[in-house]
Design a protein around this ligand. Structure first.
Ligand SMILES: [Zn+2]
Ligand SMILES: [Zn+2]
Length: 113
């Protein structure tokens, strides 16, 4: 029996599984508009060109998968550790769990000769 093609990763599968029931944001509790993708008519620096592109800047309120326990804190990649979130909530959360802004100590990196 042929197996289904492997273009769907576990990550994608979980993403769709969570979106199927269209739950509210697990971080702020507000509903998520699952139709949001990008900000229309806004383009990033790497945009191939506004003529062919229909928007490439992620919508801040779009659906993203949040890890309840962040991966860098030992959280698993299982569905049980995942929940729906707004992109902006997800971003705000990961900023917090990182312990604030990243401190760059200039000069700590030695340049190879
Ligand atoms: Zn939210
Ligand atoms: Zn674009």
């Amino acid at each position: 029996m042929p197996r289904p093609h492997r273009s769907t990763t576990t990550r994608d599968r979980h993403r769709h599984t969570i979106a199927r029931t269209q739950p509210p944001c697990g971080l702020c509790g507000d509903p998520i508009d699952y139709t949001l993708t990008v900000l229309p008519d806004q383009h990033g620096q790497r945009c191939p060109g506004p003529l062919t592109c229909r928007g490439c800047v992620p919508h801040p309120d779009r659906y993203e998968v949040d890890h309840r326990i962040p991966r860098n804190r030992g959280g698993s990649d299982d569905l049980t550790n995942k929940q729906a979130s707004h992109r902006r909530c997800n971003r705000a959360k990961s900023d917090r769990t990182d312990g604030g802004p990243i401190m760059r100590r200039s000069g700590s990196l030695t340049r190879p000769r």
